[in-house]
Ligand binder design. Structure first.
Ligand SMILES: Cc1cc2nc3c(=O)[nH]c(=O)nc-3n(C[C@H](O)[C@H](O)[C@H](O)COP(=O)(O)OP(=O)(O)OC[C@H]3O[C@@H](n4cnc5c(N)ncnc54)[C@H](O)[C@@H]3O)c2cc1C
Ligand code: FES
Length: 278
């Protein structure tokens, strides 16, 4: 394919390669999440919302992550050549990432996958996500701000200290509703009422979510009822991240048929109604 680079028989856009970045900061957001800021070369900054990088996490004492780890782009600052990741420390790879210090080099491969695809008619976007899923959806706020689309965000978390990205969404003009388990506002009936109100009063015309099975089922139901399109960013354990090993395959329903697709290559963003709740 013209204009594309071929890696082991698969076509990728030319900016897909290893980028050696420099760590600017790597600070805690709360006791579970950290934000990594990298100085990145220009091609890496061409990543689109919903795309991800495959990160070569450092080997550190007893932390020896073997494979790269996939991570969505949280934010891109093209004016200052900065690439942001927001991550939860869950195992060896992310624990090793948390040891990165300003000035360290960090090898990221990408940008990979198919990101969000916003149709021009989608002018009023609703993002509903929980925990680190908000990291994946945050770049939608950047796009909405740049293109003059309205964005509404429902940010969900266990308790207020784990609410992520709220200020970032607000800075970009989003109208944010916070819900938490601690005060009961994140339970399904309460969130459903909030979404229904937003759809009916604000003319929402597309729905976006990430990661949570509960939210996927709810948005699929409301999407069908109100005839609204939408997209979901899925997370799946990955090895190659390139489409070669097939370890990230999930089953979807497309045109009434069950199809197996690679989350790293055909996704990680998929049509909301095609995803199968797990
Ligand atoms: C496209 C994509 C984007 C992602 N974006 C982010 C992000 O922005 N921020 C973030 O914190 N995390 C994100 N993740 C999840 C992240 O890749 C995993 O948390 C990470 O790979 C875990 O590595 P580890 O070595 O720290 O933990 P491991 O020891 O590998 O795993 C710890 C636990 O997490 C589970 N796990 C590992 N990888 C995944 C995965 N990919 N999906 C679901 N469960 C997993 C394991 O089963 C295990 O229970 C993303 C994943 C994908 C596929
Ligand atoms: S991770 Fe290898 S095909 Fe998706």
């Amino acid at each position: 394919m013209e204009g594309f680079v071929n890696i082991n028989g698969l076509d990728f856009s030319p900016q897909v390669c290893e980028h050696i970045c420099t760590v600017i900061s790597n600070e805690s957001v709360n006791d579970q999440y950290k934000q990594l800021v990298l100085a990145a070369p220009e091609p890496a900054l061409q990543a689109e919302p919903g795309q991800f990088f495959h990160l070569l996490c450092p080997q550190h004492d007893d932390l020896t992550p073997f494979l790269r780890r996939p991570m969505s782009v949280y934010r891109i600052d093209q004016d200052n050549n900065r690439l942001y990741f927001l991550y939860k420390i869950t195992g060896a790879g992310t624990a090793a990432m948390s040891t990165l210090q300003p000035g360290d080099s960090f090898n990221v491969f990408g940008p990979l996958g198919r990101g969000f695809w916003l149709k021009p008619a989608w002018q009023n976007l609703l993002v509903v996500a929980r925990g680190v899923g908000l990291a994946t959806l945050a770049p939608l706020a950047q796009i909405a701000h740049r293109e003059g689309r309205r964005l509404f965000a429902i940010c969900s978390a266990r308790s207020p200290e784990y609410l992520l990205s709220v200020e970032y969404f607000r800075e970009l003009g989003a109208r944010v509703h916070c819900v938490t388990d601690s005060d009961g506002s994140s339970n399904v009936p309460a969130v459903e009422k909030l979404i229904r109100d937003l759809i009916e009063q604000q003319g929402i015309d597309a729905l976006f979510t990430c990661g949570s099975n509960r939210l996927l089922k709810l948005l699929q139901k409301l999407g069908r009822e109100y005839n609204l399109p939408g997209e979901i960013a899925l997370e799946q354990q990955m090895a190659c991240g390139l489409g070669m090993c097939y370890c990230c395959v999930r089953t979807f329903v497309r045109d009434g048929k069950r199809v197996d697709l690679r989350v790293c290559k055909e996704g990680p963003v998929f049509d909301l109604q095609e995803a199968i709740a797990w």
